[in-house]
Design a protein around this ligand. Structure first.
Ligand code: ZN
Length: 135
C-alpha cells in the first residue's frame, strides 16, 4: 500500500542557479549528493515530511540530460513511499502497469526503488520507494 508522497523530482540544468530559487521559496536545503550510476547530481530540500529533489545531469547522455533536451526544465517524477517494495511491485505488475525496472534497485539514501513507465501513468514518470527502516 502506498503511504504518502516521498519526494518530487524536478529536472534542472544548473543546481547552482536553481538552489537559490528554491531557498528563496522557503525550502530548506538538506544536502547535495552525486549519484554516479544515474549520472546526476541531486539537491535535496525538505518541506514538511516531503522532499523536493532538484536533478542536474552530469552528462548529456543521462536520462535527465535527455529529458532536459526533449522537454526542458520542470517536473520530472513523483515518488510514492510504500512499506513493502516487493509486494508493491507484484501488485502493480498484476494491475498491468508497465514497469521500467523488473526488480527493485538501490536508490539514494539506502532506499529501494523502481519506476513505472509514464506510458501507463498518464505521462507522469512514477517512482515507488521504500526506506529500510519502514520495511
Ligand atoms: Zn526519485
Amino acid at each position: 500500500m502506498l503511504k504518502k508522497i516521498d519526494h518530487i523530482g524536478i529536472a534542472v540544468s544548473s543546481l547552482k542557479k536553481s538552489i537559490p530559487v528554491f531557498q528563496k521559496l522557503g525550502l530548506e536545503l538538506k544536502g547535495v549528493e552525486e549519484v554516479p550510476s544515474q549520472k546526476v547530481r541531486v539537491a535535496f530540500f525538505q518541506v514538511g515530511d516531503v522532499h523536493i529533489e532538484l536533478l542536474e545531469p552530469t552528462s548529456p547522455e543521462s536520462s535527465i540530460g535527455k529529458f532536459l533536451e526533449n522537454r526542458g526544465e520542470g517536473l520530472h517524477h513523483i515518488a510514492y513511499e510504500t512499506g513493502d517494495i516487493e509486494e508493491e511491485m507484484a501488485l502493480l505488475k498484476a494491475a498491468n502497469f508497465e514497469l521500467i525496472d523488473q526488480e527493485p534497485r538501490e536508490g539514494a539514501h539506502g532506499t529501494k526503488i523502481f519506476f513505472l513507465h509514464p506510458k501507463s501513468t498518464n505521462s507522469v514518470l512514477t517512482e515507488i520507494c521504500a526506506h529500510k527502516e519502514t520495511k
